[in-house]
Design a binder for this molecule. Structure first.
Ligand code: 8X3
Length: 252
């Protein structure tokens, strides 16, 4: 059984790769940073294949990269695709947010995800089996100030996942969207705040966020379901995260 995990060099990706290998999968770990992938390979051994790939590259580049995989980690054998690569950049209001950040999130979280899916999917359909697991977010369902484009990319992922299910009816190929809330112990918030670790740290003060292993455990549960079960979506929050009331602003 072969799986491909994007964003494999850190956070959720590392935990998912480790867990899938524990479950007996061979794993192609795709990410931009070769040194991080090599560290992971040193730990995980021959069942892990490091693939240097930037999901935000154009689809011709991605296709060429995937077609160069060695025969025993071949594109045509991928049973599970985990579209984990993604990021949040900034938490500024829409009129002040950085447009480069917005475009980077769209390129990675939506374009990267659809390109990888489209490149792997025909082989799954041909074999009449396969599983695509997308990493969405609660931000795709619940709006919050500064979530603007990040949340919108994750709403795209949620709807794309459901629409994939519609197209894949009768093929045996399954699709799941996992939607985590606040997660700690990863680079996510440091990246969101452009490297400001102190600001990121403040977000987690006096809370107990989810950790990457919680998400890897969820992926492990999804992949262990028998073929007649499709988990459409899973929304997970830490107990310490909840909802605010709708905001009503006084008239000036
Ligand atoms: C990340 C979850 O709560 O930071 O996707 O928006 S949250």
């Amino acid at each position: 059984m072969l799986a491909l995990v994007t964003g494999a060099s850190a956070g959720f990706g590392v935990a998912i790769c480790k867990s899938l290998i524990q479950q007996g999968y061979r794993v192609i770990g795709a990410a931009r940073r070769l040194d991080k992938l090599q560290q992971l390979q040193a730990e995980l051994g021959a069942d892990f294949f490091p693939l240097v790939l930037d999901v935000s590259a154009d689809h011709h580049t991605l296709e060429a990269c995937l077609k160069q995989l060695p025969a025993d980690f071949g594109l045509d054998q991928i049973m599970v695709l985990v579209n984990n690569a993604g990021l949040a950049l900034g938490l500024d209001a829409a009129d002040q947010a950085n447009l480069d950040d917005w475009n980077t999130m769209i390129d990675t979280n939506t374009k990267g995800l659809i390109n990888m899916t489209r490149l792997v999917l025909p082989y799954m359909v041909k074999r009449q089996t396969g599983l695509i697991i997308n990493l969405g977010s609660i931000a795709g369902t619940y709006p919050y100030p500064g979530g603007n484009v990040y949340g919108a990319t994750k709403a795209f992922v949620a709807q794309f996942s459901l629409n994939l299910r519609a197209d894949l009816a009768g093929t045996g190929v399954r699709v799941t969207n996992i939607e985590p809330g606040l997660c700690g112990g990863t680079e996510f918030s440091v990246v969101r705040f452009h490297g400001d670790a102190e600001k990121a740290e403040q977000l987690y003060q006096n809370t107990q966020p989810l950790v990457a292993e919680d998400i890897a455990n969820t992926v492990a549960w999804v992949v262990s379901q028998p073929p007649h079960i499709n988990i459409n979506r899973i929304e997970i929050m830490p107990t310490s995260q909840s909802f605010n009331p709708l905001k009503v602003t006084p008239i000036a």
